[in-house]
Design a protein around this ligand. Structure first.
Ligand code: GLA
Length: 388
């Protein structure tokens, strides 16, 4: 599939802008194996880049205008570099244009002195599925602009630029997990990230060797209040940390939860308990992968889902049904992935059981009167790269 997208994006670039692109760059979407809503609490996450990517064909212009076309819309967004500002752009174009702006804001480039750029984007990362189509855009465009504008920048700083763009230009108060996963992903590995130090390390997942795969169940549910819900959870975590006298929930351990229960109201306590136990589950997953491989992590995935469902309250009935049906039909473990309030679940599944699981999930959704989910397997893959 990726092969075709490379040709398509080149052709679309030539059609839209009447020239050949100077190069082609790409960056993947991500799924999170475990570690949810821990990134903005300076905790641990264990995501991986998936084999669905956004491709950016790009080339310099001889004026000071940026144009971006894409699969996301028929319209080509166009803006003078001097007019780049958080309120000047809305919709999907805020992601690519926010990167140009953030590179200037974070002093990687003098935006008053760079030439304009034409960009065309083509992607097979599903939008609204909780698989970070936004981080895939940011990674691909960030790589492209860095090279075209002659900026020396490492992948972690490019991830920070992406997060900055998302927080300050798009206006979404996210952590750094998605951008780090999209930029640092490696084949058959998860990326173990300490979101406090921003240190990252690839941890082998060994799926093929264990005859396993990861099935994504995209519920197709996009909750209207997802942004508000995310913001609210973040605020609860900050309130919990303040009440416990720490700068972030990273500094609370599982042993300290009984004290937290005495100090916090029930809702805040449960939000805190999710984050604190989830951090521990990430560490336990890394240890289990090293000692027993992927077959040893099922219960941790299941426990993570229960914690998001009952304590953090970010699941929805469709996600719970996807997870339960997967667990009942042979998955090693399953959980919702990403920000929650809809989107996708992942299940760690023996390869021979994939079709059976898909049929079972389709059947269960039909029985409950839910819309049909979209299910597909994903392979942990390489992060952002220059394609041509
Ligand atoms: C979204 C955000 C991430 C992270 C997850 C929840 O994907 O973009 O930064 O907070 O939700 O783990």
């Amino acid at each position: 599939m990726s092969e075709d997208l490379r040709d398509i994006v080149r052709r679309e670039f030539a059609e839209a802008y009447g020239a050949e692109p100077a190069g082609l760059w790409s960056s993947p979407g991500r799924a999170n194996l475990i570690g949810e809503h821990t990134d903005y609490n300076e905790g641990f996450v264990l995501p991986f880049a998936i084999d669905r990517r956004t491709f950016a064909a790009a080339g310099l212009r001889d004026d000071r205008v940026i144009r971006v076309g894409s699969t996301f819309s028929d319209e080509v967004a166009e803006i003078a570099i001097d007019e780049l500002a958080p309120d000047a752009v809305s919709g999907w174009a805020a992601y690519p244009l926010g990167i140009a702006w953030a590179l200037g804001q974070r002093s990687h480039v003098d935006l008053a002195a760079v030439p304009g750029v034409d960009i065309m984007l083509e992607s097979d990362v599903p939008v609204g599925a909780g698989l970070s189509s936004s981080a895939a855009i940011e990674g691909a465009v960030g790589f492209a602009l860095a090279e075209l504008w002659g900026i020396e920048i490492d992948r972690v700083e490019l991830a920070r630029v992406g997060r900055y763009a998302e927080n300050e230009f798009v206006g979404a108060p996210t952590g750094i997990m998605d951008q780090m996963a999209s930029l640092l992903g490696q084949d058959d590995s998860v990326v173990f990230i300490d979101c406090r130090s921003e240190e990252a390390e690839a941890v082998p997942l060994r799926l093929a060797e264990n005859d396993l795969t990861i099935l994504v169940i995209d519920t197709q549910v996009e909750h209207q209040h997802a942004n508000g819900g995310y913001r609210e959870r973040r605020a609860s975590c900050e309130a919990g940390a303040a009440a416990l006298g720490v700068s972030s929930l990273r500094d609370v351990t599982v042993d300290e939860l009984p004290r937290a229960r005495e100090l916090l109201d029930d809702v805040t306590f449960r939000r805190v308990r999710h984050v604190v136990t989830e951090n521990q589950r990430v560490l336990d997953t890394v240890a289990a992968l090293a000692s027993g491989g992927p077959l040893a992590i099922g219960e941790l995935l299941d426990a993570s889902h229960r914690s998001m469902r009952d304590d953090f309250e970010i699941s929805v009935p469709e996600l719970d049904l996807a997870v339960e049906t997967a667990q009942e039909n042979g998955a090693i473990g399953a959980r919702m992935t990403g920000g929650g309030f809809g989107g996708s679940a992942i299940a760690l599944v023996p390869r021979g059981l994939v079709s059976r699981l898909q049929v079972a999930i389709d059947g269960a959704f039909a029985e409950h009167g839910y819309g049909q989910p979209v299910t597909f397997t994903v392979t942990p893959s390489e992060g952002a790269r220059r394609e041509a």
